[in-house]
Design a protein around this ligand. Structure first.
Ligand SMILES: NC(=O)c1ccc[n+]([C@@H]2O[C@H](COP(=O)([O-])OP(=O)(O)OC[C@H]3O[C@@H](n4cnc5c(N)ncnc54)[C@H](OP(=O)(O)O)[C@@H]3O)[C@@H](O)[C@H]2O)c1
Length: 274
């Protein structure tokens, strides 16, 4: 990298974002010059806000709520991943042009790989709870990882049916009220709903039908041990928390801007959770 890194995360609101801590830690660890800050941009001002970043010489930016879809209209080019997922969370600025990608699927898979390196996604049966924005990245990742089948269930069934179009041969949509019995004979369960998150209702689920050998992941990371993960752990399932997805999704963004692929370790996780 020749010039100092100048990057940021944009969103509204933005002050709770952990991204400046994550990227700041890597800038420091790699002895780089530069900055990564959080910039609040309201939806009404997105185009102007982005123009300012280009004018100020930013190398790129991360994108969070509520701009992950709307930023797509402002990008000059969007890669296949982001198009399929339907959201951009990382933008590179080059010669005044915006290149959009999505690193959430990478973050989801790398988190599981790091925490449960022996877990093999090939040919397994999965249950995905939720069909929101994050579910799209998770399903994209599961498809690329070679799973055998995905049972998808969401409170609003139409949204799940819409997501099913991403991989019609792989995804079976079931009613949300049947979620307990869908767990039978499954190898992997992931919660992508916001249920269980601080300030949200709990995820009501009975894990009795889930084999004890199944791996359980919750992408909600506040609290770190959600009620789902606590329940699963108590009955003997292996569990993976959601914080690693947040940390790992930042890695390809940092690499795109600096040519350095940073690492995620326990020290970084502890620092972010402080
Ligand atoms: N670890 C990470 O890096 C990471 C990354 C992205 C997101 N997340 C977390 O993942 C969660 C979802 O994010 P998102 O961006 O996908 O949000 P989203 O697009 O708003 O989707 C929310 C999902 O939760 C479901 N839901 C909300 N309230 C519900 C309720 N009372 N009963 C049943 N289902 C309910 C929604 O179902 P309906 O369709 O029926 O509304 C939908 O499936 C958030 O907690 C977010 O913090 C974590």
């Amino acid at each position: 990298m020749t010039k100092p890194l100048k990057a940021c995360v944009i969103g509204y609101p933005i002050k709770h974002s952990k991204s400046p801590l994550i990227h700041g830690s890597w800038i420091h660890d790699h002895g780089l010059e530069g900055s990564y800050e959080a910039i609040e941009i309201h939806s009404d001002n997105l185009e102007n806000g982005i123009r300012n970043l280009i004018d100020q010489g930013y190398s790129g930016f991360s994108v969070t709520v509520p701009h992950k879809q709307t930023i797509m209209d402002l990008c000059d080019k969007i890669d296949e991943k982001a198009k399929t997922i339907g959201a951009v969370n990382t933008v590179i600025i080059k010669d005044g042009k915006l290149y959009g990608t999505n690193t959430d699927a990478f973050g989801f898979l790398e988190n599981i790989k790091q925490k449960e390196p022996d877990f093999n996604f090939e040919n397994i049966s999965c249950v995905v709870l939720g069909a929101g924005g994050a579910a799209r990245a998770v399903i994209y990742a599961l498809q690329k990882a070679g799973v055998k089948e995905i049972t998808l269930t969401n409170r609003t069934k139409e949204r799940a049916l819409d997501l099913q179009r991403m991989a019609p041969d792989l995804i079976r949509v079931e009613d949300w009220r049947d979620r307990n019995k869908l767990l039978k004979n499954k190898d992997f369960l992931v919660n992508t709903t916001s249920l269980g998150m601080q300030g949200q209702a709990l995820l009501e689920i009975d894990l009795d039908a889930l084999p004890q050998t199944a791996l359980v992941n919750d992408i909600v990371y506040a609290p770190l041990m959600t009620d789902l993960l606590t329940q699963a752990k108590e009955r003997g399932n292996k569990v993976v928390t959601g914080i690693g997805m947040l940390l790992h999704q930042a890695r390809p963004a940092f690499e795109l801007w600096t040519d350095i692929m940073p690492r995620v370790d326990q020290a970084l996780e502890d620092q972010i959770l402080k």
